[in-house]
Design a protein around this ligand. Sequence first.
Ligand code: OOG
Ligand code: NI
Length: 296
Amino acid sequence: MSTLDIVLHGLMSRYKERVPDVPAIIDAMIDEKIINNGDEIENDHIAFRTMGVEHLGIQSLEKIFLHYGYTKRDYYFFPEKKLDAYWYAPPSNEYPRIFISELRVKDLSEQAQQIIKSYTNEVTSDPVDAIDLDNGEAVDKFLHSSLWRTPTLADFKTLSAESEYAAWVIYNRYYLNHFTISVHNLKDGYNTVALFNEFLKKKGFKLNNAGGEIKTSPDNNLLQSSTVARMIEANFANNETQSISGSYVEFAERRVLPQFKDLPANEIKREHRREGFEANNADKIFESTYSTQTGR
Ligand code: OOG
Ligand code: NI
């Protein structure tokens, strides 16, 4: 296993434990004979959320993946949610793309900024600089350990009222936000987001319906959908507990680009399909952890 394999494996194993929909969807796919038991699922991309403050944020977390050969690609801006994001292309096609977003903390109210900084100020230098990136176990440990003290429920609630993204990151940190099942290479009957959504709903999974269940790019070549995040029992400071949003699962269909439409199906590879992301799709997918969706 390469170092990148170790890191991705560690992320996925925590994620599967935290998000019961992941094993449940895989089991449902086996049940429906969409895949065989033990088959790899094509992972379109994984996503992280970060705090845009000194020593942290995209510029810190991205160092890990740049070190493993990922390439930084397009920038996206979400004015209403006060977020910036980039996507990263993998070193080779068997690895997922990565989407990293960051909260524009300086755009929040004075009170929210103060709460966030009371935690993130515990980080006084870029923590990624202190780890040996060639040591997969060290990176895995870093991604799943806390950089700041356990938040109080009161702070979590105050942040939530202004930015549900801020509250999510204060508690969930670098836990994987989602992985994404590529549907376009699945068998007929399940190889579009529209068909796959029908299958998911038949099996009882709840889909994010912000802006409609299917998020479609203006070129019609990137279609996405996602489950609504499951609630997790969170342990706050002073032994307070509360059920809060954890992570979710996404589904993506990347259509073959017009210039490759005549290629025989068995010659179609990743490079022949729509690349990148789409700000308007993403804007609605973020809401998979928002109470407007989890409270439905
Ligand atoms: C990321 C939402 C955006 C996509 O594929 O466009 C996204 C998040 O919820 O952190 O995943
Ligand atoms: Ni995504």
